[in-house]
Write a protein that binds this ligand. Structure first.
Ligand code: ZN
Length: 238
């Protein structure tokens, strides 16, 4: 059985590749945390400008940024930073790690949270599997590395922010047998409302009403075996 995520932290930085990634599950936990008095900030590596069929990136980028800020506000998050890497071509490497490390130094979190970045959404061994996106894989690995980089004064000497070694835990969303969980039973409606703020994006994905789509996603991304809703995580030491 998963154990509850540790509670001995005060400020979280949630890091994602694209607007809407956080709203596919993690936002429900964010709503629980902010209601409990924790401070949560969001950091997005891209503006998700390559994510809307038929909408050119120059038009999609500000629209998706705006939708992400609205989503964040629904679950009590007012600080949302965008690094402006190019959507679709994130590379796990020094450039991304440096920018993430700089942001970790600015936000000074004691918990860093990021999305599932395994190769497939389906359980290991399932065939055919559903592939996770290249950006998600690159971002997740780089977040783990950037936490160490943020505390090292020599790896990226060009960073102007003071080193930050205060990250106690890194929590990665875990879909399959998570060792830890957050009970989000009281945050389901907020999570649905948060995802529904990605209105233009979701309207392009399906003809179903946006609220119905959002509810279906939140149902899928939270486990419900005993009638309670939970979001799973795997922890690493900062
Ligand atoms: Zn994404």
């Amino acid at each position: 059985m998963p154990t509850p995520l540790p509670d001995d932290w005060q400020r979280a930085l949630v890091v994602a590749a694209h607007p809407d990634d956080i709203e596919y599950g993690i936002a429900a936990a964010v709503a629980i945390w902010t209601a409990a008095g924790k401070e949560v900030h969001y950091l997005l590596a891209t503006r998700g400008e390559a994510g809307m069929a038929g909408v050119p990136p120059a038009e999609a980028a500000p629209l998706r940024e705006d939708e992400e800020r609205r989503s964040a506000a629904v679950v009590g998050v007012s600080e949302v930073e965008f690094l402006d890497h190019r959507d679709g071509v994130l590379v796990a490497g020094p450039e991304l790690r440096r920018d993430l490390a700089g942001a970790i130094r600015r936000h000074r979190p004691d918990l860093v949270v990021t999305g599932y970045f395994g190769p497939t959404w389906t359980p290991p061994g399932a065939s055919p599997g559903y592939l996770n996106s290249a950006d998600h894989r690159a971002l997740g690995q780089s977040v783990l590395d950037a936490v160490a980089d943020a505390g090292n004064e020599w790896i990226f000497p060009e960073l102007t922010e003071d080193p930050w070694s205060g990250v106690r835990y890194i929590a990665v969303s875990e879909l399959h047998d998570p060792p830890h969980e957050v009970d989000v039973s009281d945050a389901v409606e907020l999570a649905v409302a948060s995802l529904a703020e990605h209105r233009r994006y979701l309207e392009l994905l399906s003809d179903d009403p946006v609220e119905a789509q959002a509810r279906q996603v939140v149902d899928m991304s939270t486990t419900t075996e005993d009638g309670r809703r939970r979001v799973g995580f795997r922890l690493y030491r900062g």
